[in-house]
Design a protein around this ligand. Structure first.
Ligand SMILES: [Fe+2]
Length: 589
């Protein structure tokens, strides 16, 4: 792995941010207020949504800046087991059956708090060498910090929502200068994220992180169950409240458990009441019926109603046009794409790692700005915060694999790859630093022609094996967005879904979802010159300023290292691998 090109740290301040013993464990390093490297542990240990201690990520952060753990000035964790303690105790006392569970969770969390011993063990150094100060930050403050401090704004409304974190599911804040002022919290068991998870489980999507899949199913449904589903979650006193009769008691961890090996497991969320109203729950891998699609439709619709209600409440208290947002639910790109029509917010800055891996960045930046009172830095303009690999390292892996390949200069490489895409071939595109967050944004991507009617089936049959209803996404040159989409607010991190203009739907048929929308990535030359120029080269051949972009993986975490990309290329029916300056064709291998 090659250092991220950051110079010596000398007198500069280094802050290590951590999300640990929680889903999507991660580490990030902030040098003098700038996020210089960030990675989720799953990319390194290949264990999806890993929720243990991010030892490999910490090592990667230190290597990236050429530091030792003894050089770190501050360690910030995006979790605070003491936050909202009175509410937790109150909840445990009201639910005597859960008291033992509550005590066990507290004991486990206390054990986890010893960051010093965890780090000295993971890095095999004497704890006496560690001179950092330790900070623990409440989960949702870390989410909001991860967005606001990366945004270009000096003032904004801050919003975070997810299943749960430190006994809270939703937070509203006023962000100004260096500070984040908390205005409101929604405490467990009331959670918009848990509402979504419960219905996803009912229709057979039971794994942690499955919610994004069901979002793609929703537009296949009809308005059959909107009324009964809306009763599960009521708008109340400027917030919302779940009708708990539809839920199993979930405990203070809201049904999410991290096993000793770091696997994240969800407890059953739905109660018998759901079965009484809607029949038997669907088992995974069985046929998806109209009922399941209609439930997905109603779930997404109610989710959006509550979300927009909350945003309007937030705007009434913070009358800004700028919204800084994070939390797992902020990955609901369908809702994000509609908020400009349904709320007064006109601009969003959504953390590319809106889920819990983003807590590492949030905790570190909060320490820098809010605790240490250091000035704001420039905005985070791209998500390429992960490792990169020198050409020599890539070539050595290619040699080991015995693949036949050619080395090309930049322009011939772009022309050759664009020609392959235009010819309908599927290209693995592995370049530069890996993306931070769950989306592949042109550095660990599989790219293909967006206008071939069979391309979705080809990708699924040959590589991705995804459910038939899940759409593929377009990457579009930013200056053409308004010609192809009905909304022109940028979507640099693939976190907004917009309608595709009627006259362009045929041209983009492989990325046009059943409701004529696309979850686009708007690409600027400033953010990713090589990827921008690849799309430009494809446009020169076809007239289309768009490529289909899906993550470079096959039922595994997105590839991180060259050998993982090469292995994925060799074991799937991918046609082309463009890895650094090297090009390998399946037809020649
Ligand atoms: Fe979260």
């Amino acid at each position: 792995m090659k250092p991220a090109g950051i110079g010596g740290f000398g007198s500069s301040m280094l802050i290590l941010g951590l999300n640990m013993f929680h889903a999507d464990a991660s580490a990030a390093i902030v040098q003098d207020g700038e996020v210089v490297f960030a990675i989720a542990e799953e990319r390194l240990n290949r264990h999806k949504h890993f929720g243990g201690f991010p030892a490999l990520s910490v090592k990667a952060c230190l290597d990236a800046v050429g530091a030792r753990i003894s050089d770190i000035n501050h360690v910030a964790v995006g979790q605070d087991s003491d936050a909202n303690l009175a509410k937790k105790v109150q909840y445990a006392l009201k639910n005597p059956g859960k008291i033992l569970n509550f005590i066990r969770l507290r004991q486990r969390k206390e054990g986890m708090r010893n960051v010093r011993s965890l780090l000295s063990k993971a890095l095999e150094v004497d704890s006496g060498e560690l001179r950092f100060q330790e900070h623990h930050l409440e989960h949702h403050i870390a989410h909001i910090a991860s967005s606001y401090y990366c945004s270009p704004w000096e003032k904004a409304a801050g919003f975070s929502y997810d299943g749960s974190g430190d006994f809270v599911s939703t937070m509203m804040a006023r962000c100004e200068g260096k500070g984040i002022e908390i205005l409101d919290r929604v405490f467990l068991p009331h959670s918009l994220g848990s509402f979504y998870t419960m219905i996803c489980e009912f229709i057979g999507y039971k794994k942690y992180g499955d919610e994004g899949k069901v979002m793609g199913l929703a537009p296949y449904g009809k308005d059959t169950y909107c009324e009964p589903i809306s009763k599960i979650i009521a708008l109340k006193n400027g917030g919302f409240q779940l009708d708990l009769n539809y839920f199993k008691p979930l405990g203070s961890n809201q049904g999410m458990q991290v096993l000793p090996d770091g696997t994240v497991r969800l407890a059953r969320h739905f109660s018998e009441r759901m079965e009484g109203l809607f029949g038997d729950p669907r088992e995974p891998h069985t046929e998806i019926t109209q009922r399941d699609m209609d439930l997905a439709f109603a779930m997404q619709q109610r989710f959006e109603e509550v979300f927009f209600h909350l945003l309007n409440q937030l705007h009434a208290r913070v009358p800004s046009e700028d919204l800084a947002m994070a939390g797992g639910c902020a990955l609901n790109s369908v809702a994000n794409g509609k908020l400009f029509q349904t709320t007064p917010f006109r601009r969003t800055w959504i953390q590319p790692a809106a889920g819990d891996e983003g807590l590492a960045i949030g905790a570190a930046l909060h320490t820098y700005h809010s605790v240490l009172r250091q000035p704001r830095r420039s905005e985070l303009k791209h998500s390429y915060l992960g490792p990169e690999f020198a050409d020599a390292c890539v070539e050595s892996e290619l040699k080991k694999s015995r693949l036949r390949y050619r080395r090309l200069q930049r322009e011939p490489l772009l022309a050759a790859v664009a020609e392959q895409i235009a010819a309908g071939n599927v290209v693995g595109w592995f370049q530069g630093r890996m993306e931070w967050g769950p989306r592949a944004l042109g550095n660990r991507s599989i790219v293909a022609h967006p206008g071939l009617p069979n391309m979705k089936d080809v990708l699924n049959a040959r590589i991705k094996h995804r459910e038939w209803f899940r759409p593929f996404a377009p990457s579009i040159l930013a200056e053409y967005q308004h010609e192809y989409f009905e909304h022109d607010h940028p979507s640099p991190f693939m976190l907004h879904v917009y309608r595709i203009r009627p006259e362009k739907r045929k041209e983009l048929c492989a990325v046009n979802h059943v409701d004529d929308t696309g979850r686009l990535q708007s690409v600027t030359r400033e953010e990713n010159p090589l990827y921008y120029d690849l799309i430009k080269a494809f446009q020169r051949k076809t007239g289309i300023p768009v490529v289909l972009n899906t993550s470079f993986n096959e039922n595994e975490p997105i590839v991180c290292k060259p050998e993982e990309a090469i292995d994925c290329f060799q074991r799937t029916k991918m046609d082309v691998l463009a890895i650094g300056p090297f090009l390998a064709l399946k037809s020649e291998n």
